[in-house]
Design a protein around this ligand. Structure first.
Ligand code: SAM
Ligand code: SF4
Length: 382
């Protein structure tokens, strides 16, 4: 049976963070029962057409899935386990915010079957937490991490760096503190300004500036250096893990394997009888639930992914990984040999500059190459 990763989107947050353009919504009263019923129905709909598969991971992402009651998480996991064949080593991750209310539910999530949490810490600096509009304190974040370490076999947390005015020494100190608390995984993101967010408005008005490119690149190098000291390798552009601690769910995306996406705004890539299908769902939670109630799914658009698009997507995803793209896997998954998917002159120039390395078995972006991936890829991809 082909492997499958399952993503379940929970689209609600207590407040909207000013930097965030994820599909998250604030409601006075979250319609939890209705949303969970719709998620379960859409999962059943999707499972019926996907057929039997080996289930390698489930990821509850958001929004803030730690607002979901543990019994609802348990119901979704049990539904998925009934439709598919869970691997013995299945990874079940839930994204959590570190407020004390949510941390209080960790044991119940563990009992529901969650074996990995990913906590949105963002910073340990009170001034930065305020700037980022977070609802929790640094002390709450530390308490949530320590509790999660006792309860879950695996744990990750997120930090945002390259913030306005952030100096290398300060970031190294903050990062060391994070690394001393880390378990097997960390996600370390550079702050980006996303269109449509509050930060886009403030940044546009000149109320703050991000570090210049050189300074941001130095912060990136410092990040990899510090992480390595603590035994965490940068295995993807923004993700650091001890050997074996890599997120299996996210590896499914980066290795361009099949994944199903359930819930408002969720995306999927599914090998079905008609070909590789790109699925997407309506973003608005209530509009999505209406559709599910009427048709069994809140599907928005479905498209067959053409051979060219497959090659493009597989390159975009695979070059993010430090291990690169396995040439045989690429050909098997896309139907195109990698040599035919890239511009030969650009490939040669990237190899010459040591941004890319081509071995007998893989195409790999070096650390310098991964830093410039957004600039390189449009030219590289045919
Ligand atoms: C869906 S959120 C994580 C879960 C949870 N809602 C939380 O905020 O704690 C995914 C992560 O993406 C990162 N992120 C979101 N927008 C970002 C931005 N504009 N720049 C950098 N990182 C960002 C944050 O670290 C955030 O924790
Ligand atoms: S960062 Fe997390 S808590 Fe903040 S709005 Fe985005 S999804 Fe919600």
């Amino acid at each position: 049976m082909d492997p499958l990763a399952l993503y379940i989107h929970w689209p609600f947050c207590l407040a909207k963070c000013p930097y965030c353009d994820f599909n998250s919504h604030v409601r006075e009263q979250i319609p939890q029962a209705r949303m969970v019923a719709a998620l379960r129905r859409e999962l059943a709909y999707e499972a019926a057409r996907i057929g039997p598969r080996r289930l390698t991971s489930i990821f509850f992402g958001g929004g803030t899935p730690s607002l979901l009651d543990p019994e609802n998480v348990a119901a979704l996991i049990s539904d998925a386990a009934g439709f598919f064949a869970p691997d013995e080593t299945i990874e079940i991750t839930l994204e959590a915010n570190p407020t004390s209310i949510e941390a209080g539910r960790f044991a119940a999530y563990r009992a529901a079957g969650v074996n990995r949490v990913s906590i949105g810490v963002q910073s340990f600096d009170p001034v930065a937490l305020k700037f980022l509009g977070r609802e929790h304190s640094a002390a709450q974040a530390v308490a949530a991490i320590e509790l999660a370490r006792d309860i879950f076999p695996r744990l990750s947390f997120d930090l945002i760096y390259a913030r306005p005015g952030q100096e290398e020494a300060g970031w190294r100190a903050e990062l060391r503190r994070a690394l001393s608390l880390a378990a097997d995984h960390l996600s370390l993101y550079q702050l980006t300004i996303e269109p449509g967010t509050r930060f886009a408005v403030l940044h546009g008005r000149g109320e703050f500036a991000l570090p210049e490119e050189d300074a941001a690149a130095r912060l990136y190098d410092a990040t990899a250096e510090e992480a390595r000291h603590f035994g965490l390798e940068p295995y993807e552009i923004s993700n650091y893990a001890k050997p074996g601690g890599e997120s299996r769910h996210n590896l499914s995306y980066w290795c361009y394997r099949d994944y199903a996406g359930i819930g408002p705004g969720a995306h999927g890539r599914l090998s079905l009888r008609e070909g590789l299908v790109a699925t997407s769902r309506h973003r608005g939670p209530e509009a999505w639930a209406d559709l599910v109630e009427r048709h069994g799914t809140g599907a928005h658009q479905e498209q067959i992914v053409t051979l060219e698009e497959r090659a493009r997507e597989a390159l975009l995803m695979g070059l993010r990984l430090a291990s690169g793209i396995v040439l045989d896997d690429f050909a098997a998954r896309t139907g195109v040999a990698l040599a035919d998917a890239v511009e030969p002159d650009i490939l040669a120039a990237c190899i010459e500059e040591d941004y890319l390395r081509l071995t007998d078995t893989a195409l790999i972006a070096t650390l310098e190459g991964r830093k410039r991936l957004d600039a390189l890829l449009p030219a590289l991809v045919r």
